[in-house]
Write a protein that binds this ligand. Structure first.
Ligand code: ATR
Length: 263
């Protein structure tokens, strides 16, 4: 039996063990997935090997430490310097980032997306905007204040504050701000976000675990949305495919993993 784990601090709330064990059980894969609270990120590598793990996910606050713990980084993780999935291969640790790819997987049913308005200019925004650009999408980043927009601007993205934004039709509006996480705030003033959403085709919210004011507003405007649970599922499906050495069809993994959300 192969052993997998999620490293984080805190980690007790993580749904990853349920998600991955449900896939292993449903698809008859000989694996078991547990959680490990890790205080010191620099101990990640030795803990991984001491436990004889075959793979792991890494969550807050160790995703950058995970990047440094790997022998080789593949794919999008190279661009953002952040790793959320590790597999062991011939005694080496290989690092991936399935967060942004998982987002793309989650919004795959959204058709004909060409322009994206990303709300917020933090870490999640940084990863998603890079990923959207890789996909050839036209990206505009909107933020409450101008300070954090600077690095996006230097990096070639179109950036706007609430005062500067032009209300036009974006195919997809994505909320990466923390507005609505622990409060009932919208990610921008009500009239502004409402007029932007009225012109949009699709929306997504990176916040997991609650119906945010942003998502509730989308509902009242009948806009098709993906929420944080869809993002969580997307990254989990792709991580599981790496864990199981890409032997299981993605769609089977997705269907099995989805069932864990009903528990
Ligand atoms: P993460 O790493 O999860 O992306 P972060 O780095 O803490 O999160 O970034 C939070 C983002 O949410 C920032 O863009 C922040 O805007 P400011 O740069 O102006 O601070 C945005 N944000 C937080 N609370 C907000 C609110 N109530 N309304 C709008 N934007 C908010």
């Amino acid at each position: 039996m192969r052993l997998f784990a999620i490293f984080g601090d805190p980690v007790a709330h993580s749904r990853s063990p349920l998600m991955h064990n449900m896939v292993f059980k449903t698809l008859g894969y000989s694996g078991c997935y547990t959680r490990i609270q890790l205080k010191d990120g620099s101990k990640l590598r030795e803990t991984f090997f001491n436990l004889g793990l075959s793979g792991a996910n890494i969550t807050v606050p160790h995703k950058e430490a995970a990047f440094n713990a790997c022998d080789e980084i593949r794919g999008f993780a190279n661009k953002v310097g952040v790793v959320n999935t590790i597999i062991e291969q011939d005694g080496k640790l290989i690092g991936y980032n399935t967060d942004a790819d998982g987002f793309m997987f989650a919004i795959a049913p959204f058709k004909n997306i060409k322009t994206v308005l990303v709300l917020g200019a933090g870490g999640t925004s940084k990863a998603l905007t890079e990923r959207f650009r890789d996909e050839g999408l036209s990206v505009t980043v909107m933020n409450r204040s101008s300070k954090r927009l600077e690095s996006f601007k230097e990096n070639g993205f179109e950036t706007v504050t609430w005062e500067e934004v032009e209300v036009k039709a974006y195919d997809l509006v994505v909320n990466t701000t923390s507005a609505g996480l622990q409060d009932e705030n919208l990610p921008a003033p009500d009239d502004l976000i409402t007029s932007l959403l009225k012109k949009a085709s699709y929306a997504a919210d990176a916040i997991y675990g609650k119906r945010t004011p942003f998502l509730k507003l989308c509902d009242t405007l009948s806009i098709t949305v993906k929420d944080g649970a869809d993002m969580l599922l997307g990254q989990g499906v792709l991580a599981n495919a790496y864990f199981t050495q890409e032997q299981l069809p993605l769609e089977s993994i997705r269907t099995a993993m989805q069932k864990s959300f009903e528990l």
